[in-house]
Design a protein around this ligand. Structure first.
Ligand SMILES: *Cc1c(COP(=O)(O)O)cnc(C)c1O
Length: 410
């Protein structure tokens, strides 16, 4: 039997405990949805105010030069690179994730012109499936998308496969895939590998260099805490730079944008993947959020994340035996930083929990999803969240009509 005092001791020993003070969190509320939208940090708030009050207000248009605005997408890319094991000059912060996937898919298809198939996961995030389908249709040759059960990848790989696009962490179940092993198999088949790191970046250690990944992209507003609609990032391994083309060219990806040249000539390095003007206020928020990550290692984050999810699973199974089906793998190597609990009345359960100050979310058709973000979630929060879940289930309040009305965002 795990007691609240045991959790308090774990917090007292937690070397990341002091980071919680960096975030603006509401007293009494337990935030288990940092996998959907990370909270605001003091550093983000400071950086945004700096950009507005100094660079924009005082510098005006001069700040494109004097404040280095033009270089910010690549500078922030370099700042983010260690979180995914990339080298400097291999990451760019820009756009949002679906746009960046379009750029990478469109570019990659041109590198394997003699091949006609893109493989992805039928359980992938819907936006990924829409955009891969759209880019395949627009590839100047017949390209078909095979959305497979990812466990059948071995059978699906052959010499007609141009690209494999998988999401490293399943957004519903929190299952983490074997990046090294899968990338190797894809390369053995002569295909290219694109990883979506939306639910990985800032949550689990990633080593794109060690895993020999060709391309990757990830989200700025989830575990990175970059703010609602934050810019995303893309990774292009050095060996593909200069070869991979940006299928959505714009003036700021040109080698000399202020020549106003009518012929497009891509800039060198990651700058070639810029299309339009960087969104400086949004970048400032992400910049501040990345400051916080400079105070931790991803190994520290990982150790606490596993301890938090282990604790949550143990408490739920102890206090509510047989009530939920655990959809997240128990095995550490396959578990990322979120836990999914299946229940036919999951929507109402999550809504009732939110009313009681435990913020999780719901993923159709029946998964209650809880994200555990080690920068600010405490062990006592996990304990208290499960206590409130016990109350919600025991009272049956989740069945009340007001909890069954679907919001626009679930
Ligand atoms: C969150 C998420 C997206 C959506 O990203 P946008 O920045 O809104 O385009 C796409 N794919 C996956 C796997 C995600 O988790």
């Amino acid at each position: 039997m795990i007691l609240r005092d045991d959790c308090q001791i774990m917090d007292d020993l937690d070397e990341l405990a002091s980071l919680r003070g960096e975030f603006r969190l509401r007293e009494g509320e337990i935030y288990l949805d940092g996998n959907s939208l990370g909270p605001v940090s003091e550093a983000s708030s400071r950086r945004v105010n700096e950009v507005i009050d100094n660079e924009w207000a005082k510098g005006l248009v001069r700040s494109w030069n004097s404040a280095g605005w033009m270089a910010e997408p690549t500078r922030l890319g370099d700042k983010l690179a260690p979180l995914i094991g990339a080298e400097p000059g291999e990451v760019l912060v820009a756009d949002t994730l679906t746009f960046l996937l379009a750029k990478l898919i469109g570019g990659a298809l041109e590198l394997r012109k003699d091949r006609h198939v893109v493989i992805t996961d039928v359980a992938n995030f819907h936006s990924d499936l829409y955009i891969v389908e759209a880019m395949a249709v627009r590839a100047g040759r017949a390209v078909s998308v095979k959305a497979i059960d990812r466990d059948t990848l071995d059978e699906a790989l052959n010499d007609d496969v141009a690209l494999v696009m998988l999401t490293h962490v399943d957004f519903r179940t929190g299952e983490m895939l074997d990046m090294a092993g899968i990338t190797q198999k894809v390369h053995d088949a002569g295909a290219l590998m694109l990883w979506d790191l939306a639910h990985s970046t800032g949550a689990v250690p990633v080593d794109v260099t060690g895993c020999d990944v060709d391309f990757a992209a990830g989200c700025g507003y989830k575990y990175l805490n970059g703010g609602p609609g934050a810019p995303a990032y893309l990774y292009v391994r050095r060996r593909w730079q200069g070869t991979l083309e940006n299928p959505l060219p714009g003036w700021l990806g040109h080698a000399r944008p202020f020549d106003f040249d009518l012929r497009y000539e891509p800039a060198e390095g990651m700058q070639a993947f810029v299309t339009s003007s960087p969104s400086m206020i949004a970048l400032a928020a992400l910049n501040g959020a990345l400051d916080v990550f400079e105070r931790v290692t991803m190994d520290q984050v990982r150790a606490k994340s596993l301890a938090l999810t282990d604790l949550f699973i143990a408490l739920v199974e102890d206090r509510l035996p047989g009530v939920f089906e655990l959809v997240t793998p128990r095995e550490h190597a396959k578990r990322a930083s979120q836990v999914g609990l299946r229940h036919p009345e999951g929507y109402g359960i999550v809504q009732a929990l939110i009313e009681r100050g435990v913020i999780g979310d719901f993923r159709a058709p029946d998964i209650c999803r809880f994200g555990f973000t080690p920068l600010y979630v405490r062990f006592v929060d996990v304990y208290d969240a499960v206590e409130r879940l016990v109350e919600v289930m025991g009272s049956g309040m989740y069945r009340e009509a007001r909890f069954t009305v679907r919001n626009r965002v679930t």
